[in-house]
Design a protein around this ligand. Structure first.
Ligand code: GDP
Length: 723
């Protein structure tokens, strides 16, 4: 007992802060309470008065009520590690490379996650892996990486038994009106499909030109206008060679330089085609010098960029251009694995009423076989049919071959990759995973934008608050009141803020890539007074649902490269008051919408001098009754410039200085009230509250003029709205 007493005394002396002994003496707090006192904040102590342990949530009653009671001590039960809970993150800025056969360890390192986390995700995606050194399939690696929230770049193995030379894939780029479309048209007429199908080629976004030697070149049929730069940038990813078209009569222009930098960034070699050499004003030598001055190492100057003079209209020099491209391809020693699973890219995608989503693709490596399960971007499907550029069905597609595939469940986007997977289940999983990841990234972006906007508003609010607090009557108020005031003001501002006008537009186009390009081009108009708001986009002809959507949002519908809607749809649009604007040339579309913006923009009001007059004489009207007011002075003037209108503000200038400004109350010509007086005429003028006219004063008639934005189109084809 004595020993016990000593022990407990010592314990007290060492473990309890002497300052808190008082609690001991009061015999009020248990030792548990003291520990709480040390670890809990005063706020917590005030707030919590129940007996639940702090920091832990109260377990809901009945959660484990069905658990069988065990009489054996828990320590003998086998240890089950707790399931690791992860909140799905989204790191859209991080991209990792993945490959077939990588280990969990490698993947965990690249993702920046722990092995147990990776293992738990693997279990979630239905994959069982025993060791962290076990190899993973590339699809599984992608699924896991997507769960972690990072982007992936698949490293396709170049291993294959049958590596063979392949045709080059060529993109035509250059400045607007320099003849890209004409050149592609001319080349297309010599294409394999044109020869085989009697001159009829279906528009696939790519075509093949065959040479007598048996070699062939695949041309991407992407339009080259600046508005299509998004598609072009994607095109460059599959492109081996860029044909840089420069008009011989125009020379290097801004979009020529833009095309050059696109190609350089993508590390794609160029062949320069100096077009329109048939024109009398053509000066190919000047173009050569300009290109060299822009840093292009031309062959004739000791570099490796070939230059060919052509005329797309007269079909001159096309064979030389094709030879130059083949020579460039030879230098590049283009080869691809011909066997094994295919890796391909989407060039264009469109919706066909009868056949469903169709994607034009170019195979990069391997062989794409009809019947295979594929994942295309975030879509999937089983290839039902493969068609070549002539529209002929084929069972498989080899590298550099443009094909159209049928059987996808949804519409992919231009630039999406096509991968072959072994089962429907795998295809579905990957597609779902990619869709989820895209959605997560989209929401994250929205959330980020929202947060940034709120932050900006908060900073603005705080600045105003500080200004307000400088006023003494508000300075002594307490924090809560301050916050409430701030919130109230925010709410009021929100309610009072006039809604910013917008131009809602529904965009429909023939293919996905074009939709994106049109949307980008419309946004590029960049009109601050009336910004374009794209409410809906879609591929295919204009339908009733587009009309409904446009009606609901008071939008107009822009159809690019789509066929004229049937009369029933046109009628429905007229009845709904929905305007449909159909175009096939991007410049015309932008011009049309630009003019609409100019028409609908509210404009800004500016004060302008509409006329000037000189005071020649002053008359006084005296002896007026009290009811009519005080004496009035009338300025007898001559309008020396512009015109004077009664409903305007007048400004008096004396020796160049403004001495008075007020509204006009009377404007007369020879005793008759008039609304306006033109240049060279005399008039009598009364300005409200002004009795200080002097002979020689200059009076200006001021008018409020509504300045509308302007649609500006520069020579290089670029357009914009200027406020
Ligand atoms: P893009 O905007 O670069 O696709 O240019 P286009 O192919 O639409 O051509 C623009 C204009 O130049 C059209 O009026 C063509 O007829 C004309 N053009 C194109 N190539 C030639 C050519 O080789 N010679 C002449 N004289 N005119 C051409």
């Amino acid at each position: 007992m004595l020993m016990n007493g000593v022990e407990s005394g010592r314990e007290k002396a060492y473990s309890v802060n002497p300052g808190l002994r008082i609690f001991d003496d009061l015999n009020f707090f248990s030792s548990r309470c003291l520990i709480r006192l040390f670890h809990a904040s005063p706020q917590l102590l005030v707030r919590r008065d129940d007996d639940t342990p702090w920091g832990l949530k109260t377990q809901r009653k009945g959660k484990f009520k069905n658990r069988p009671k065990s009489s054996s001590p828990p320590v003998e039960a086998p240890y089950v590690p707790p399931k690791i809970k992860r909140v799905a993150r989204s790191l859209p800025d991080k991209t990792i490379e993945i490959f077939e056969g990588m280990t969990i360890l490698e993947l965990a390192k690249r993702c920046g996650e722990s092995i147990p986390t990776m293992q738990s995700i693997l279990v979630n995606v239905g994959e069982k892996v025993d060791s962290e050194f076990d190899p993973l399939g590339i699809d599984i690696a992608e699924l896991v990486a997507m769960e972690v929230g990072v982007n992936v770049r698949r490293l396709h193995s170049d291993e294959g038994t049958n590596v063979l030379p392949r045709s080059p894939v060529v993109t035509v780029m250059g400045h607007v009106d320099h003849g890209k479309t004409s050149l592609l048209d001319a080349l297309r007429q010599t294409s394999v499909a044109a020869k085989e199908a009697g001159g009829i080629t279906q528009h696939l976004g790519a075509f093949v030109v065959g040479m007598q030697s048996g070699a062939s070149i695949t041309f991407l049929d992407t339009p080259g206008h600046a508005a299509f730069s998004a598609m072009r940038a994607r095109g460059a990813a599959i492109t081996d060679i860029v044909v840089l078209v420069v008009a011989a009569d125009d020379g290097v222009m801004p979009q020529t330089l833009e095309a050059m930098s696109h190609a350089k960034e993508a590390g794609v070699p160029m062949v320069a085609a100096i077009n329109k050499c048939d024109k009398p004003t053509a000066n190919p030598e000047r173009v050569r010098l300009q290109l060299a001055a822009e840093g292009l190492l031309l062959e004739e100057m000791g570099g490796d960029v070939q230059v060919v003079e052509v005329s797309a209209i007269n079909k001159i020099g096309l064979d030389k251009l094709e030879e130059a491209l083949l020579l460039q391809a030879e230098l590049m020693d283009l080869k691809a694995r011909n066997d094994g699973p295919a890796q391909a890219y989407v060039v264009e995608a469109r919706l066909d009423r009868g056949r469903g989503p169709l994607a034009t693709a170019i195979v990069k490596a391997g062989t794409l076989v009809s019947g295979q399960f594929v994942v295309v971007g975030a879509e999937w499907g089983r290839i039902r049919a493969i068609r070549d550029t002539a529209g002929k069905m084929t069972n498989f597609a080899r590298p550099a071959m443009p094909i159209e595939i049928e059987g996808l469940k949804g519409l992919p986007m231009a630039g999406d990759d096509i991968i072959v997977v072994h089962s429907e289940e795998r295809a579905r999983m990957l597609s779902e995973g990619r869709k989820k990841k895209r959605e997560r990234d989209r929401l994250r972006k929205l959330e980020k934008e929202k947060r940034e906007k709120e932050k900006e508003e908060e900073i603005e609010g705080e600045e105003e608050e500080e200004e307000e607090l400088e006023a003494p009557e508000l300075g002594d108020q307490r924090g809560g009141g301050k916050r409430r005031r701030k919130e109230r003001r925010k709410l009021q501002e929100k309610e009072n803020k006039p809604k910013r006008p917008e131009l809602p537009i529904v965009v429909k186009a023939d293919v996905q890539g074009t939709v994106e390009a049109v949307v980008d081009a419309l946004k590029g108009l960049n009109s601050p007074q009336l910004p374009v708001f794209v409410v809906h986009v879609g591929v295919g002809p204009i339908s009733q649902s587009d009309i409904d959507m446009a009606e609901a949002c008071s939008a107009c519908i822009v159809g690019f490269n789509v066929r004229n809607p049937p009369s029933s749809i046109s009628l429905a649009a007229t009845q709904a008051g929905v305007k449909i604007k159909l175009h096939r040339v991007i410049y015309h579309l932008l011009e049309d919408i630009g003019n609409l913006i100019v028409e609908k923009a509210p404009g800004t009001f500016e004060t302008q001098v509409a006329g000037e007059a000189q005071v020649l004489n002053i008359f006084e009207l005296k002896g007026r009754s009290k009811a009519k007011g005080a004496d009035v002075k009338i300025a007898g003037c001559r309008v020396t410039d512009g015109r004077f209108t009664k409903l305007s503000t007048m400004r008096i200038l004396r020796s160049g200085e403004v001495v008075f400004e007020g509204s006009c109350t009377s404007l007369k010509r020879e005793k008759h009230d008039v609304d306006a007086v033109g240049k060279g005429n005399e008039c009598g003028l009364v300005i409200q509250d002004c009795i200080d006219f002097r002979v020689g004063d200059v009076i200006q008639c001021l008018e409020q003029v509504n300045i509308k934005p302007k649609f500006i189109s520069s020579e290089n084809g670029a357009v914009r709205i200027e406020s």
